[in-house]
Unconditional design. Sequence first.
Length: 268
Amino acid sequence: MEEKNSNKERGKVVRIAITCFGEEVAPCFAATRRFRIWELGSDDRIKSSELIHDQSGGLSRIRLLKQSGVDVLICNGIEGQVRQLLEASGCHVVDGVIGSVTDALYCYLTGKFSVDTADNSVGTNQLQPHTADLVEWTRELFISLGWTVEKVTEPEAFPIDLEAVIACPVCGKPVRVAICCGAHIYRVESEIREFSHITTRGYNASVYVHHALKEIVDRCHDYEIELLDPASFTASTLGRPDQIQLPPLRCRIKDHDKINIGQPGNQL
């Protein structure tokens, strides 16, 4: 890639940081706890390390990357203002990236990423809640809306993270929902496909938690999975309890036809 080669010609060590959630690129910069750092020297030697950050918000992470001398940040969702501050400090930002961390690094080094990815920036009021654990954030959200939620730890249930249950307000029967908080070891498309397969039976709805990037929106629509975008909740667009019967769900609920009549839009 031209940028990498020009840095090598100057004999500069290039530091590349990637936001991590497990082995995947984290869904939101401001909620990222772990950064993987690669140092590329002019002699083609590569060193890697990790940074752990538990404070909330994007500004503290900007300071961390600046202090660490990071030249390039590869991430998924990022607030537009935060992106601008990073680039003003000399850090090139490649955002809107999904998939594994190692794939992201390879694609950057081989020049497969577009230089201008600003259109993928998360708006100022659309930043994912500042929490280090997307699963915990989702669990607390559903509990606050009256659901009973349990974490799913059985290996055979992968990639289900949570199971939420609530009584149907129409018939009183239980509504069971499987929840997958994105960014597992699979590529996103494979993860959504596996999530759809494992939730075919036993659940009235399936929810995938991730920023609403076009590829993810399309895949969730294909597999009839409701996409829950955390950004919607900080932008004050959370479905208000008086407007939907089973918040935060807006999708069709299997085996509950009466409640489906009242769901606004009933579409993914």
